[in-house]
Ligand binder design. Sequence first.
Ligand SMILES: [Zn+2]
Ligand SMILES: [Zn+2]
Ligand SMILES: [Zn+2]
Length: 576
Amino acid sequence: MIHLPIEIWSKIFKNLSATDLINFCEAFKELEYLLTDKSIVKKFDVQGNYRFVEVDFVKFIKEKVQYDHIRSLNINNLYWVPLKDLRSLLSLLTKLEELFALETNLSLREKDVKLYGNLRVLAVCASVNDCNIDINLVKVHMFLLKRFCLKVTSRRGNITNLYRIFKELFALRELWIEDLTERPSELINYDMIVYKLQFLNKLVIKSKISIPFLDYKPVGMAKIFESRRFKSIVIIYVKCPQDKIVHLKNISIFDPFETQLEIAWDVLRRFYCEMPYDVKAAEKIYMTRNVKDAQFEELNFCHNKCFCNINFITATWDFLKAPNSRNLKKLCIKSCVLQRKPPPTKDHVVENLERIYPFQDIVENCSKLEELEIMSCSSCNVTIADCYMLINQLVNLERLTVEVPIFVNGNFLIKVIQNCKKLKYLKVLSCGTNEMLNRNLSLALKDAKYLEDFSIESEQINLESLLEGLNEINSCKLRRIYVNCKHEDTRFQTELETLLKKNPQLILVALAIQIEQTTKKMLIRKILKEFCDNKAKYYYLYPTSESMSHVSLQHVHKDILQFNTNVSIVDLADFR
Ligand SMILES: [Zn+2]
Ligand SMILES: [Zn+2]
Ligand SMILES: [Zn+2]
């Protein structure tokens, strides 16, 4: 198999990322010459590749890769690579046209912008202060830019520095912009940007707290997607013929309705909440006014307000049982969806419920599901408890976030880890003190050979037994661990030391724990510090009462530290 001609290898690796190729070459050193093949390295994608925590990234490229062939480079999330290294690399990439460098040390400072001269596509993070540059540099070095993705990280400085940059981006067709501020007084004025961009045909806005009402009909842009869930607010506009622009809430499909899905769609519409589907489906439905041919890749039925009523739940079931959801990849639901089916003739009261779970059909219909989030509904009662046992039938699951009610004992997690062999990400949120959950979770973890990210939030955790569970894993795949609990009274120091010794690949160990004893606190900090031997690593202990914001953590890791949904929203890393 190794002795294939290079054309065959080229074909194989053309569709894989550079990360796959690099991992492959690590196993078969004699194939490293593939990294010099033009067609293979043309699109070089090493987004978030933790291999470069130990290996010097820029040195690797300079020595092993035929870098002058690179036209598209994705280094998103390589936050630890020093700025001067990245700049020296960029100065060598004379053919580079696309650069994806979110969450790296690159920005819009003058020395960075000078390196962007050939770029048609750019994704980068910048503070408002970084934008305070000689505007002529933007004029000279960024005028070719067609697609731009900008994450605005900090708001110190004058915001007009940001606006004036856009005046020089004549060719810009597509803009993605994320505002990370949490202060309403400092929101970006998007009008100041949009009205400068004559040729814009797609605008993606993401914000943490709020986006004011924006109407871009005058410039021929239709709002095709809007999601205001938790701390992720996303609005998307696309160029559209004037007569087709309708307010999103007024979109209606052609009746008569022929399918169950269309009826369900109409029911959801009457709740005046966000529609559950992903951007791709939203755009198609907006443009065609047709739901029955849509294909859903993501569905999110969680809203800031909980709709625990039979109409909403039935509509959710109908969405998820439709053939349109057969290729569903990501799903976020409230635990209401786990309810039993009410018999059609009797009243909808608990005693009358048969033990039929519509979720069983959903699990079968959505068997390709890779990501599942289940939020707990406080109005739902113990009748949903057995249904958690169905989750382990979703054998393609890679990421699971589950909020566990106090009446669920967590033994379903043992089955999930045994049956879902691809599970890489597990986040468990406990709704209260749940001793059985703790015990079952510790039991489950010891089989978690494939787990990379693990997060637990609970009133009380027995950290000693939890770490014992983690220490029984021998795969060395764990990357990030986050523990948040108010009460922790065990002596877990030894287990922590074992964990860190056994898993030098751990990037993030964040313990948000209330510890009263000063000596214990100091000892744990000492252990964490001793093993935190690389600038990519974050090992922390801090009291739950303190806000985490004082800990300087990369946004890359916020997904595991904060509760937010990942379904039917937009991640700037999706900008490609
Ligand atoms: Zn409910
Ligand atoms: Zn509820
Ligand atoms: Zn306690």
